[in-house]
Each structure stands twice: as C-alpha cells, then as structure tokens.
Design a binder for this molecule. Structure first.
Ligand code: AMP
Ligand code: MG
Length: 418
C-alpha cells in the first residue's frame, strides 16, 4: 500500500528546521583567512578613528586665531617652522604666527586647529600669506570623526566582506573570531546514475545533483565531502549514510525520498532512529523534500529531480546551514517583480518557478527561465531567481506583481512571510 503523506506549509517546514538548529562553535582565524567567514563577535572600535586630528590635504597647519582679520587687502603672513609628513609627530606647540608644512595624513601639532590648503596659500620666503580667516577645525580630519572608541560598528553574525577586512585591520585584529564552518556530506542515490566522466549507457544518466549541491554549498562558503553514488540498495545506502553521518556535520542526499519501490531513504531514517521533521511540503517542485535530525545532525533528503533538488537546497538546507553558522540573515533576498508570462493553470501547491529576474532601471520583471518541470536541469542553469506563485484556486497573468527570491546573493530578509 502506498503511504499517504500529509503536506505541511513551507513556512511550517522552515520553522521546524530553524527551531532545532544548534549554532556551531567559534574559532580564531588569521585576518587573511577571514574573508567570507561569519563574525562570531561584534566589531567594536577599540580606539578613535582617526586616532588623532590630521590633515586631509597637503598644506600648512596653523592656529585659527592667528588668521583673524585676513582678507585680500590684509594678507596675514605665517612663518613655517617645521615640516610634518604622514607618520611624523610634533609635540612642540606653535607660537603666534607660526605654521608647519603638513602633508595628508600627518597629525596636527598640539595647538594647531586649521589647515590652509596649498592652493589657499601664497608662498613667500620662509612662509606664506593667506587672504581669508580660517575657522577653528577648518580643513581638519577630526579625531574620532569616522568612529568613536567603544562604538559597535558591525554586529556579530555578518558575513565578512572586504570593507570589514579593512575595519578589522584598522583595529589590529591579526586574528578574527569567526563561526566554524560545517562540513557537509553529499550522497547521490540512484541505480541509474553515472559519474560525470562516464559515457552514457542506455537507461542511465549522469549524476548532476552531487556536483550542483557541492557548488551550492561553496556559494555559502561551506565545504563538502562527496560520498559518491549509491545504487538503490538498502544495505549499501544505510552503511554509507552511517559513515557520512559519522564523518560530517550534516548530510545531504539526493533521490530515494519518494514512495517508489526503490526509494530507500524513508526506511533508512527509520533504521537510523532519526527524527523525521517532515516528508512532504506543499510546494512544487520538491514536495517530497524530507528533513530528519539524528543526534543534532541534520539529514536533508532532497528529491532526485534536478529542479526539485536545487529548490529544496535553497529553501531548506541554505537557511539551516547559515543559521548553524549564526548568520544574521539566513533567508534568500526577497523582492517583487512584474510577471512576464501567463500561468493560468491554478495549482494547489506554491510554485517556485526558476526564473530570470531583471531590472531595466524603471521596472523589475521576472520571466520563467525555460522548461520548468521538476525534472528540468536547463532552467536551473539559466535562472537567477525563483518566482513564487502561491498555491490556490487562481492562476497568474502577465502584468501581475509576484514575489521573487533572488539567488546568488549572500544575505537577505525574505523571512518567509510569503
Ligand atoms: P528520485 O528522487 O530518486 O525518485 O529521482 C527522481 C528523478 O531524478 C529520476 O528521474 C532520477 O533519474 C533523477 N535523478 C536522481 N538522482 C539524480 C542525480 N543525482 N542527478 C540527476 N538526476 C537525478
Ligand atoms: Mg531514485
């Protein structure tokens, strides 16, 4: 007898996963290895930036009070007593009418409070003249104007991007506290599957899901370990699953989660004693996506159909892994766009159509990326987004505004209201 599965909503499925996620520990990595990792601590300014008043231009540092009354008819002269380059320091104070030649980035003398730019000065022997008064702090890059000591600049949970590397370097983080990365095992099941390099045989197809999942993981900065291809055989799959679970933090399988004669994953979860969170989701493609947990380790059972597999990964495995890595924004970025094709046939399940999202500067549009059955492989290659068409009694027409999830962008805030 065929097992009847009760579908749950996508939102419920995500929430079942997210509430069980246990965050990974943190580790220290050197700054040069920190790019793309997730911050396990907030970046707090441990000193003012800049750390001293400095010259933003090449020119002359003066005491602004000495420039009072300067005009075209009443040029005021300054004597240059010293020259400061970036990296120099002058502890002696300026006396009345004295100035120092100063280069961009150099610290102002203690009692100087304005910088005359080179083009604002007329050079004379031993100095220069000016023809306008300077206000206190004019042309000065102020201590702490960029960041104040103690300020929280970047909260933990953010992916470290190049600008943040600059900030970490500014504050002397030779080592950065980041969240550990999970190692994910990938196992493709199916007696029809060939390795990529094998020639086609009648009845066989190449394993495209395994390499695809490895790349989807790599896009998140997550490493994977391939456990190859398993024929549809209970014992073989069970043994390999046990090994993968032992050796990794999370296992993703493709294929074998349906109710067909050779779909062994449900029986394997049972034998392993894994808690199945769900095995049917009200979505197309990927309705048979199954997620189970064994001793805190997640087992994602994605469908073998390439489009379903791809979708199941992005909707369920991606946020789970990002949450494990304590990422602040684990969900795909969400936007809206105008539908460019009719979908008149109503569907009871929410559809995730592989699509091309485009913005021409005036209007955002979304167009199906081609053949979009669950077994399609071409549309996942052509698309850069999912258009989300909620299930129900109505279809969708060209011109409708529809929800869109963007793929290949590193963080987002869809939060699953859709
Ligand atoms: P299954 O989920 O095992 O019922 O497989 C559904 C469909 O996806 C079948 O047509 C399989 O041949 C195909 N399929 C399964 N695994 C893969 C894979 N790793 N790569 C490409 N296609 C696959
Ligand atoms: Mg199969």
């Amino acid at each position: 007898m065929v097992e009847i599965r009760q579908p749950i909503s996508i939102k419920e499925a995500i929430s079942k996963i997210m509430t069980q996620i246990v965050a990974l520990d943190a580790e220290n990595v050197s700054l040069s290895d920190a790019y793309g990792r997730i911050l396990a601590e907030s970046i707090i300014a441990n000193h003012d930036v800049p750390p001293f008043h400095r010259a933003p231009y090449d020119g002359f540092a003066i005491r602004s009070e000495d420039s009072l009354g300067a005009s075209g008819n009443n040029r005021i002269a300054f004597r240059v007593v010293y020259s400061l380059g970036a990296g120099d320091w002058m502890s002696k104070e300026l006396s009345h009418g004295e100035a120092v030649r100063i280069m961009t980035g150099a610290p102002l003398p203690q009692n100087a409070d304005a910088v005359v730019m080179l083009e604002q000065a007329t050079e004379i022997d031993n100095g220069f003249t000016i023809r306008k008064p300077f206000a206190a702090l004019e042309n000065v890059s102020l201590r702490g104007e960029d960041a104040k000591e103690g300020e929280i600049l970047i909260p933990q949970g953010r992916v470290i991007l190049p600008g943040m590397i600059a900030l970490l370097a500014t504050f002397g983080y030779a080592n950065v506290h980041v969240v550990k990365k999970p190692v994910v095992g990938i196992l493709a099941t199916g007696s029809e599957l060939l390795e990529v390099e094998e020639p086609l045989h009648p009845g066989k197809i190449r394993n495209s899901n395994g390499p695809m999942i490895a790349a989807q993981l790599a896009r998140l900065g997550v490493s994977s370990r391939s456990y190859g291809i398993m024929a549809d055989d209970f014992e073989t799959c069970l043994v390999m699953m046990q090994r993968a679970i032992e050796e990794t933090d999370c296992v993703i399988t493709t294929g074998g989660v349906s109710v067909g004669d050779y779909d062994y994953l449900p029986a394997i979860y049972e034998r392993l004693g894994a808690q199945v969170l769900f095995n049917k989701v009200a979505m197309r493609p990927g309705s048979v996506t199954t997620v189970a947990v064994l001793n805190g380790k997640f087992l994602f059972g994605l469908s073998g159909n390439p489009s379903s597999c791809y979708t199941g990964f992005e909707l369920f495995a991606r946020p789970a892994l990002l949450q494990m890595m304590r990422c602040r924004k684990p969900y795909l970025p969400y936007t809206k766009a105008v539908l460019m094709e009719d979908f008149t046939k109503a569907n009871p399940f929410t559809r995730f159509v592989r699509a091309v999202y485009a913005f021409d500067g005036r209007e955002a549009t979304v167009t199906p990326a081609g053949f979009n059955k669950s077994n399609a492989v071409t549309s996942i290659a052509k698309g850069n987004a999912f258009m989300v068409l909620p299930g129900g009694t109505r279809g969708y027409q060209t011109g409708d505004k529809v929800d869109v999830l963007l793929l290949g962008v590193e963080d987002g805030d869809a939060e699953w209201q859709i």
